[in-house]
Design a protein around this ligand. Structure first.
Ligand code: B12
Length: 569
């Protein structure tokens, strides 16, 4: 049973409670709305689409609020001085911001921005005439209502991130009923505003990172629209892009969104998973996807701003001057793109888009039918959200995917339009193994992640399998106590952790404190913002990890030799 508990709240009542909050919480003024003389970003986007203009999005959020505020002004001004307009900022709140103010002190911190009070939200968004989009760690968490109130007061007319509701977890706060109830209340508050406030959902933060079929991701757009727009009454704007590497499917997905009227969208996120090398190499990835995105907006506008990701982002959070450089790069790309458009062959793009649309519609229909058959009231936003979150991406795709059943396939079905992440992981495993012989036969390794990033885990598992080891699943976003329990139960020979949220050392120490005494290999982003520090960038903790006894792995290629060494030793 997906929703077995008695006395779950009613979605309609939660929406009404949220709507009632709109008596006290209405949209505040903002430098953006004033500058462009518009009442919402939604309407601004419609105007820009009609005028054939390409909008630009930058992502910011430093731990130090003063630095974030400086970034808000400086990026806009430096770009404007070069004739480039940044239209919107995605504001990266910290992990701990998902927890209500009153309990935030003890919450696990990540690497993002901490805004203690409503006045801090307001100060930030009025630093330049750029639309504020509070996307991360607002909707979907226990603090959904208070963060939405603060974002509205700060004049933000795009609030998210519904995608995170489905997949992101906050350490120590695993009450999904509470998180869902607060999210539905916040959605009610958004829907009750006098102007359209876009509910943002980043598909890649949600299930798109795990789906093997792009049609399933389009299906999620239709399902989320059913929940947010049809049942609650707010417009929804989707974002996609991190995992859309293949240019053909990237453009076809944009066309598919246009075809189902999923407009205006918020932004097309940068193809961040293609950033794997040094800055010089990452420029190629940047150019590769930005050209596609600019061409897409020029030829069939969907209102998505394009997002130039700085070329240092796979190493660390980019500095202000790096964000400016990326935006100037995007501005120039928009100028150059029209000359390429004439060379674009629409036929294969349209053909793939049509498959994605048909598959997406089939997925959404099957999901609604299947949920209803499982006792879910599909007219209740609370039940819909909670049931889908509990079901998870993999089960949704196996049960409702558009492709034919195929037991051997990763998603359980043959994808209608394969997503690129699977082939990328296979390539990385080839690269890491470089044809090495089977070396770990019989070794039992438990693999886990400390947070939502799970591609490192998928890669490690793939390498282990190819090397003859036995893979034990330690889970995704697994808290140290839970992992220690699993280790006690299954007694692996070693544990392999992939960690990205800037908590590497604390996580390792917590595992040791919980009594995990087998060798622990650790990889990913081995950094942390020093405790009590207000500095904005995390620092590397590799040496401290090694000194504390961790087996530090900077590259996946180290996995097999390190484990083989442990076995010999
Ligand atoms: C994909 C991605 C996501 C996806 C994850 C989807 C998923 N289900 O996995 C999404 C979009 C959901 C996401 C979300 C977030 N992300 Co993210 N994400 C990335 C990205 C683009 C790629 C990371 C990745 O998976 N790479 C694939 C792996 C296989 O490759 P790799 O990282 O190069 O790892 C190599 C080695 O380290 C090794 N390896 C990795 N793990 C292990 C483990 C072992 C044991 C071994 C031996 C080897 C090994 O294998 C690889 C090959 O050698 C990076 C930026 C980048 N380009 O790297 C940011 C990045 C990791 N994310 C980041 C952040 C901040 C976030 C968010 C907090 C953002 C936000 N505010 O919402 C959230 C996380 C929220 C949460 N609650 O956890 C930061 C981390 C900052 C830091 N620590 O300094 C990064 C670096 C981006 C940035 N510059 O800001 N993200």
């Amino acid at each position: 049973m997906l929703l077995a508990e008695q006395g779950l709240p009613s979605g309609a009542e939660l929406v009404a409670e949220g709507r009632a909050l709109a008596r006290d919480w209405t949209l505040g003024p903002s430098a953006f709305l004033k500058h462009y003389g518009v009442t919402s970003e939604h309407d601004f986007k419609l105007d820009q689409m009609a005028a054939g203009k390409v909008m630009q999005h930058a992502q910011i959020g430093y731990r130090d609020p003063g630095k974030s505020q400086r970034a808000y002004a400086e990026i806009y001004e430096a770009c404007a001085a070069q004739g480039v307009t940044v239209h919107r900022y995605g504001l990266c709140l910290d992990w701990s911001m998902a927890v209500p103010r009153a309990q935030r002190k003890g919450a696990t911190r990540g690497t993002g921005m901490i805004l203690p009070g409503v006045e801090d939200f307001v100060r930030l968004t009025n630093a330049a005439p750029v639309a504020a989009h509070f996307g991360d760690f607002v909707l979907g968490f226990p603090a959904a209502v208070e963060n939405t109130q603060a974002a509205l007061a700060a004049g933000a007319t795009a609030i998210g991130n519904l995608g995170q509701y489905f997949t992101f977890r906050v350490p120590g706060h695993d009450d999904d009923v509470l998180a869902t109830a607060q999210t539905v209340r916040a959605l009610g508050l958004i829907a009750a505003q006098a102007v359209p406030v876009l509910v943002q959902s980043n598909l890649d933060d949600g299930f798109a990172a795990q789906f093997t079929d792009l049609a399933s991701s389009l299906g999620m757009i239709l399902i989320e629209r059913h929940i947010v727009t049809d049942l609650i009454g707010a417009p929804v704007g989707h974002c996609y892009g991190h995992h859309f590497t293949d240019p053909l499917s990237r453009l076809a997905f944009q066309r598919a969104m246009a075809a189902v009227g999923a407009t205006p969208g918020t932004m097309i996120y940068g193809n961040t998973t293609a950033f794997r090398g040094k800055p010089g190499a990452n420029f190629a990835a940047l150019a590769n996807y930005l050209l596609v995105d600019a061409a897409g907006q020029l030829t069939r506008p969907t209102g998505h701003a394009i997002n130039a990701v700085p070329v240092t982002e796979n190493e660390r959070i980019p500095e202000i001057d790096e964000v400016i450089a990326a935006q100037l790069f995007a501005g120039r790309m928009v100028e150059l793109a029209p000359a390429w458009v004439a060379m674009l062959d629409e036929a294969p793009v349209e053909a793939l888009a049509a498959q994605i649309v048909a598959g997406g519609r089939a997925f959404a229909e099957a999901a609604l039918k299947g949920l209803e058959e499982r006792g879910v009231d599909i007219t209740c936003p609370f039940q819909m959200l909670l049931a889908i979150r509990r079901m998870g991406a993999r089960r949704m795709e196996v049960l409702f995917g558009a492709g034919a059943f195929e037991p051997g396939a990763m998603g359980g079905r043959v994808p209608v339009a394969p997503s690129s992440i699977l082939s990328e992981i296979a390539e990385m495993a080839d690269h890491a193994l470089r044809g090495e012989a089977v070396a770990l036969v019989g070794l039992r390794v438990m693999v886990a992640t400390s947070d939502v990033h799970e591609h490192g885990k998928m890669l490690v598992e793939e390498i282990l399998r190819r090397s003859g080891a036995v893979v034990l699943d330690g889970g995704v976003s697994t808290e140290p106590g839970v992992l220690a329990e699993k280790v006690r139960a299954e007694r692996p020979d070693a544990v392999a952790i992939s960690t990205y949220n800037g908590i590497a050392l604390r996580y390792f120490q917590a595992l040791r404190d919980q009594g995990v005494d087998v060798p622990i290999l650790i990889g990913g982003r081995l950094n942390q913002i020093p405790e009590g520090s207000n500095s904005s960038l995390p620092v590397d903790v590799g040496d401290e990890l090694a000194a504390a006894g961790a087996v530090v792995c900077r590259e996946a290629a180290e996995l097999v030799p390190r484990l083989a060494g442990l076995r010999r030793g």
